[in-house]
Structures are given as structure tokens and as C-alpha cells.
Design a protein around this ligand. Structure first.
Ligand code: 3HC
Length: 311
């Protein structure tokens, strides 16, 4: 039985109204948003690590400038998203501590290593491509601050996707060795990119409720299919082979049939056992410790300011 408040809330959701921080909302709605936005913010922050790894080794000054800008954008995305989550009554420090304690997640994709320069292209093209597919839909999410953050993030994310694709065009038109590096990157990133959309709909615990609240607009499988359909022609243009022998156009459905990722691998990665989970967490925890003196200094300075004004 729904309370009056809940009925009014659901009517607003159904009309497509945005819910704002001071509006009444069910506790489950608030908690789901903190989980999803917080996880999304953590993904942006942890997502800097695999690419940051290549900044010092970018092959040209131009590529280095592009990569630096992109990694800085990811930091910015993390900050907007932490701010959006803070409007729901949790602080950024609390979310950080929950991440470090293993009580909040970040995207599975960032637990895979970037082994060669072409991986930077594959991350832009496939990983950011998958992220945009999800984030474009989230621009219409029912929570106002999240929806507005997504609009700006999508613009920057499109640049990231384009720079990755551009990098791969250069490599695919280069020497046979460069083309082989691009194919190797594609082989390693294809299935992890498909996993970014989350488990298949039958195993997605949150989708039904999140869609009723219009936190999520599409199911995990719908977005995964859209991503495959969009990406196949892009791979063909590059002359790269998608590592899936069962990938075939299905005339009846007007979509590609494809092999699902290995879901055991996915659940293993999100349980903490992917190739880089330990490194990623150690890097974040060390960065948090290393920054402690600076955070303390900022807080001490902020306390002094009002006293100075009085004087
Ligand atoms: N990685 C890690 N965990 C995942 C996951 C993934 N790819 N997909 C699902 N999960 C987790 C869920 O968090 C949930 O676990 P929990 O209950 O402990 O939180 C469990 O698996 C079951 O999945 P559900 O389908 O029930 O979960 P959701 O309804 O939350 O759907 C989602 C998953 C589609 C990823 C959704 O949370 C979402 O749309 N999130 C916002 C987008 C996001 O986080 N993007 C990060 C991608 S990368 C990025 O943005 C950075 C890049 O730009 C560099």
C-alpha cells in the first residue's frame, strides 16, 4: 500500500518531472541513487588509472596533450558526480571511505590492464563508446542533479570517443605491426566493454525498480544490443575483426546476434578478482593517504577565513 506522499511522487515520475534535492522521495529511491551515482563517480576517478599510465609514453606531443585533457576530464566528471550524490545526504569523504573499504563498487572495465598504445584507442572508442551509450539515456534520468551532470559529461565523453577512434584510424592505416596492435587491443577490450552494461536482464537485481523510478531508462541488454549495432560498422571501417564467430546480422530483429560475455568472469571481476583490482584499489588508497596533509591544510585554512574577515 502506497502512502499519499509516495503516490504524489510516482505521479510526478510518470509525468516526467525531475525530482530535486529538497523534494520528498522514497528512502529506496535515495539509496539507489547514492549507490548508482556514487559508483559512477568512483568509476570516473578509478578510470583515470589505466590511461594515466600512458601519459608519459604517448608517442607525440599532440597525443600527449589530448590524453592529458581527457584524463583531466574524467577527474572533473568524478567531481560533478560526487557533488550530485552529495545532494542526497552523503559526503564525498564517506563515499571514498566506502569505496576503499570495498563497500562500494566501480566499473568492472577498469580492472583490465592497458598493455599497448593501441589500448588507449580501444579505451576511447569502445569503453567511452559504451559509457556514452549508457549516459545518453541517463540524461533523461528522473533525478535533476544527475540528469544535468550527464548532459555536460556526454559532451566531453563524445570527444573522448572520437579521439580514441581517431587514434585507431591512424594505427589501422599504419604499418602491419600497428594494425596488429589495434587488433590485439580490440580482442582484449571487446567482451569487457560489453560487460560494462551490467549483467543480463534476468540477473539484474535493480533494473525493474530503477526503471519504475525512471532512474534507469533502458535495461542492460537493450543498451548492450544498441552498442553492438553501433560498433560493428565502425570496426568494419577500421578493418578490425570483432572476436566473435557468432556475430551475424539478424534481418528479422534488425540487429546483430552476438555471443554474450563470460558472465562468470564478470562476477569474478566485480567480486574483486579481476587482473588489476588490487592495483587499482592500492593506487586509490595511497592517493587518499598521500593527500591527507593537504586536505587538513585546506580545512584549517577554511576555518581561519571567517575569523580574518571579522578582524
Ligand atoms: N561494473 C561493476 N559492477 C556492476 C557493473 C559493472 N559494469 N554492472 C553491474 N554491476 C553491479 C551492480 O552495481 C549491482 O551490484 P550492487 O547491488 O552491489 O550495486 C549488480 O552488479 C547487479 O547489477 P544491476 O543490473 O542490478 O545494477 P544496476 O541497475 O545498477 O545497473 C549499471 C548497472 C547499468 C552499470 C547502472 O548502475 C548504471 O547505469 N550506472 C551508471 C553508469 C556508470 O556507472 N558508468 C560507469 C562506466 S565508465 C565511466 O563512466 C567512466 C568512463 O567515462 C571513463
Amino acid at each position: 500500500e502506497m502512502s499519499e506522499e509516495e503516490k504524489t511522487f510516482m505521479a510526478r515520475i510518470e509525468k516526467g518531472e525531475k525530482i530535486e534535492p529538497k523534494d520528498w522521495m522514497p528512502e529506496g529511491y535515495r539509496k539507489t541513487l547514492i549507490r548508482q551515482i556514487g559508483q559512477h563517480a568512483h568509476s570516473e576517478v578509478v578510470g583515470q588509472l589505466p590511461e594515466g599510465n600512458w601519459i608519459t609514453r604517448a608517442p607525440t606531443l599532440e597525443r600527449k596533450a589530448i590524453l592529458l585533457a581527457k584524463v583531466q576530464d574524467e577527474a572533473g566528471h568524478g567531481l560533478y558526480l560526487y557533488s550530485a550524490a552529495e545532494t542526497l545526504g552523503i559526503s564525498r569523504d564517506e563515499m571514498t571511505e566506502l569505496l576503499h573499504a570495498g563497500k562500494m563498487k566501480y566499473s568492472s572495465i577498469f580492472n583490465y590492464p592497458t598493455l599497448n598504445w593501441a589500448d588507449i584507442g580501444a579505451v576511447g572508442w569502445l569503453v567511452d563508446g559504451a559509457a556514452i551509450m549508457n549516459q545518453v539515456a541517463l540524461q533523461r534520468t528522473s533525478y535533476g542533479p544527475y540528469s544535468r551532470a550527464m548532459i555536460r559529461i556526454c559532451k566531453e565523453e563524445s570527444f573522448h570517443q572520437r579521439q580514441g577512434y581517431d587514434l585507431l584510424i591512424k594505427m589501422c592505416q599504419g604499418s602491419p605491426e600497428q594494425k596488429a596492435m589495434a587488433q590485439d587491443a580490440m580482442n582484449r577490450f571487446w567482451y569487457p566493454a560489453l560487460m560494462m552494461f551490467g549483467p543480463s536482464d534476468k540477473d539484474s537485481v535493480h533494473s525493474e525498480q530503477s526503471m519504475a523510478w525512471k532512474i534507469k531508462i533502458n535495461t542492460n541488454d537493450e543498451l548492450r544490443q544498441k552498442f553492438v549495432d553501433q560498433t560493428v560498422p565502425q570496426a568494419e571501417y577500421l578493418g578490425l575483426t570483432i572476436p566473435d564467430e557468432n556475430l551475424v546480422w539478424n534481418e528479422e530483429r534488425g540487429s546483430y546476434d552476438f555471443t554474450q560475455p563470460d558472465w562468470n568472469e564478470f562476477f569474478d571481476v566485480i567480486a574483486g578478482n579481476g587482473p588489476c583490482n588490487k592495483d587499482r584499489m592500492a593506487a586509490r588508497i595511497n592517493a587518499w593517504k598521500d593527500g591527507e596533509w593537504f586536505r587538513e591544510g585546506l580545512a584549517a585554512y577554511a576555518k581561519k577565513l571567517p575569523l580574518r574577515k571579522q578582524a
